[in-house]
Design a protein around this ligand. Structure first.
Ligand SMILES: Nc1ncnc2c1ncn2[C@@H]1O[C@H](COP(=O)(O)OP(=O)(O)O)[C@@H](O)[C@H]1O
Ligand SMILES: [Mg+2]
Length: 257
């Protein structure tokens, strides 16, 4: 069974409004990492909301088509039940951080499902070490930098692994990180893939996404191309036309030369 199946997915934030997602179809295998790219406003975050069931459960608007996670239709499962299958880290981490300390933030989900205290402590220590945020342990997430907030939000979602969501959806979690932070997250994601997780990650930086198995390039709510990473990165013609979907022409040219 595929980890994620997206069938004829379209979404409008309001009836009669523009189709922000326009008839997208793709499948993601178990233990696969798919990176989603595309210009700002092309619908990447909206796709993440659809993959995690926030659309259609929390928002109005009009969704057509279906999203299946581990064979389960997101329309048919309650959001709380879906959280056992798929975890999302938001592009704007402020919307999901609310505890007084980083430690408490990471402990929140496991506490909520009443894991024993010693196993929570173990899990929190492991994640703080994994993401290299020991210095932030007692800090208030609210006052952290954007990049640090993303690391904490990622740790908090990984803490949910106690619930074992097999699919992770990460919306630009690396965009505000420095090189060392990105490297750490990439290593973490590779490790999670080895452990059997399926990962869909929105990311702009071509150098960073080289570790993904496949790339989904979006343009204007549509899927422009879905291909193996090495195939796409070797397609000079497609890359040089990248302005339409990549936007940072300067960087593309440095890579191509
Ligand atoms: N809550 C919303 N209501 C109406 N339109 C929205 C809303 N959120 C995003 N949009 C619009 O949907 C389109 C896609 O946005 P988004 O999914 O955030 O793109 P991306 O993540 O690729 O930058 C944009 O045109 C944006 O203005
Ligand atoms: Mg976005």
């Amino acid at each position: 069974m595929k980890a994620v199946v997206v069938q004829g997915l379209s979404y409008r934030y309001r009836p009669g409004g523009p189709a922000v997602i326009n008839n997208i179809n793709f499948q993601v295998a178990r233990q696969e990492i798919v990176a989603v790219m595309g210009l700002s406003g092309c619908g990447k975050s909206t796709l993440c909301f659809c993959l995690s069931g926030i659309i259609p459960h929390c928002w109005g608007g009009v969704m057509e088509g279906n999203v299946l996670v581990n064979g389960k239709n997101t329309r048919e499962l309650k959001l709380a039940r879906l959280a056992l299958e798929v975890g999302l880290v938001f592009q704007n981490p402020d919307t999901q951080l609310f505890s007084p300390t980083v430690e408490a933030e990471i402990a929140f989900a496991p506490e909520n499902i009443c894991l024993p205290p010693e196993s929570i402590r173990e899990r929190v220590d492991y994640l703080i070490d994994l993401l290299g945020i020991e210095a932030l342990r007692e800090a208030n997430p609210y006052y952290l930098s954007g990049g640090e907030k993303h690391l904490v939000a990622l740790a908090a979602v990984l803490a949910l692994l106690a619930l074992d969501p097999s699919v992770l959806v990460l919306d630009e979690v690396m965009s505000q990180l420095d090189y060392a932070g990105k490297k750490r997250v990439v290593l973490t994601l590779k490790k999670l893939r080895e452990q059997g997780k399926t990962i869909i990650v929105v990311e702009h930086d071509l150098d960073t996404i080289a570790f993904a198995d496949r790339l989904l390039v979006m343009n204007n709510g549509e899927s422009l191309r879905l291909d193996r990473t090495e195939t796409l990165l070797a397609d000079r013609e497609f890359l040089s036309a990248g302005r339409q979907w990549y936007g940072r022409k300067g960087e593309m040219e440095t890579r191509l030369n």
